[in-house]
Design a protein around this ligand. Structure first.
Ligand SMILES: [Mg+2]
Length: 425
């Protein structure tokens, strides 16, 4: 029996989030910039012809001014909060949900036999639109790969009105559509592989790939492409991933707004990153057995001016206590810090992650008072959850943070900070 898998994706997600709270931007060219306002990471349709995705902003700044293109610094707190709202609503349309990225998820609709899925897709769009103000596109197909492609069509072809269901097309119609899509639009076919397929195999479109021999291409390339071909032929090979699967590693890293030379600023930054990673660790009810820290100068510094190093500290007892994790991270930082360099970036990674309730502590290792520690961490998470993310924190994380990233044109934290809630005058 053929499956019905939907991929729901928010159109121009970051820009769309900004427009919800600033309707003046609707219908105007808008771009959102990455950390430090470095490059373009989201564009409204009106900006797509003039500004390429990923473009370095300094090259387009003047052009944007002349053409009245609005540029905004990224506001990740806002986007994450809007993402959570969207995903919660979508979960009501099917319990079998895989959140694939910040703005897209798969829903398995295979068991909805008597429902017109085109209609269901429109209901999804309406609900998300009404509840969050965000525009979404819905693609439906017999496999995840086809759902992804259908979503692409739903976005690009106005005739689909935002919902494209490949399962409701006959094979002639579907093949005609696939022949109009370049092969690099297929999920998992990167630009390099697409070039090889075109040059070496004469495979130019999604239809060409669908009709290619899976065994041959597996031998030449990989087992991944074989699966892709089968998926294009309507055989679902890639299952939806279980929701809430605990992460095996938690990473938090960021570039600094200004180069940092002193250990004091690095200590603040590393403590800050660790505390954020520790919150994520506790949210998934895990403990970490290893703390990894790295620092580096800018990639553009060369020779004697370049320095990059990392250090891993194994913990005698896996823990989720911010204080223990911070202490270990700062030990690692001491090992790798060298004075005289201009540091551009630092990061932390928690690994050797395991579920908290299945964890056996080492009876010979010195133990923090674990009950007390648990209570303190719960208090910290509860207070920060209700009163703002950093109401309670270790003093080490710093207060002024001169090293924090540049966000010259960031919109307010409309949904996550009471002080910045939208006011109607
Ligand atoms: Mg999107």
């Amino acid at each position: 029996m053929s499956r019905s898998i939907a991929l729901i994706d928010v159109n121009n997600f970051y820009v769309s989030c900004e427009r919800v709270f600033n309707p003046k931007l609707v219908g105007k060219p808008v771009v959102v910039l990455s950390n430090n306002d470095g490059c373009v990471i989201s564009r409204s349709n009106e900006a797509k012809d003039d500004i390429p995705m990923g473009a370095s902003w300094f090259k387009y700044k003047d052009f944007a001014k002349q053409h009245d293109i609005t540029a905004l610094s990224s506001n990740y707190a806002l986007y994450a909060d809007m993402s959570n709202r969207v995903m919660r609503i979508l979960n009501q349309f099917s319990l079998e949900q895989e959140i694939y990225s910040i703005d897209e998820c798969f829903l398995d609709l295979s068991s909805f036999k008597r429902i017109d899925l085109l209609d269901y897709g429109q209901q999804i769009r309406l609900r998300i639109g009404k509840s969050t103000g965000l525009p979404v596109s819905v693609g439906i197909g017999a496999s995840k790969t086809l759902a992804k492609l259908a979503n692409h069509c739903a976005k690009k072809n106005a005739e689909f009105a935002g919902v494209c269901n490949f399962n409701q097309l006959n094979s002639t119609q579907l093949n005609r559509l696939l022949s109009s899509l370049e092969v690099q639009n297929v999920w998992g076919i990167g630009r390099k592989l697409a070039a090889k397929l075109k040059n070496d195999r004469n495979i130019h479109t999604a239809l060409d790939l669908k009709q290619a021999n899976p065994d041959t291409l597996r031998r030449v390339y990989s087992v991944v492409i074989e699966k892709t071909i089968r998926e294009l032929n309507g055989i679902a090979c890639i299952e939806l991933e279980e929701p809430g699967l605990a992460k095996k590693q938690i990473i938090n890293s960021r570039s600094f707004g200004i180069p940092v030379t002193d250990i004091h600023s690095l200590t603040e930054a590393v403590s800050f990153y660790i505390s954020r990673a520790a919150v994520k660790l506790r949210q998934q009810q895990s403990v970490a057995g290893m703390v990894h820290v790295y620092i580096q100068t800018s990639r553009y510094r060369t020779g004697k001016n370049f320095y990059s190093n990392s250090y891993t500290v194994p913990l005698p007892n896996a823990t989720d206590d911010t204080r223990v994790l911070t202490k270990s991270a700062l030990m690692a930082l001491q090992q790798i810090y060298r004075p005289g360099f201009y540091y551009a970036k630092a990061g932390v990674m928690l690994t050797a992650i395991q579920p908290k309730n299945g964890y056996q502590p080492d009876m010979f290792a010195a133990q923090e008072d674990s009950v007390k520690s648990d209570q303190l961490m719960i208090v910290m998470d509860v207070i920060n959850g209700s009163m703002g993310r950093e109401t309670l924190r270790l003093a080490r994380q710093g207060f002024k943070r001169p090293w924090a990233m540049k966000q010259d044109s960031k919109s307010p934290s409309y949904t996550t900070n009471w002080k910045e809630v939208l006011s109607v005058n």
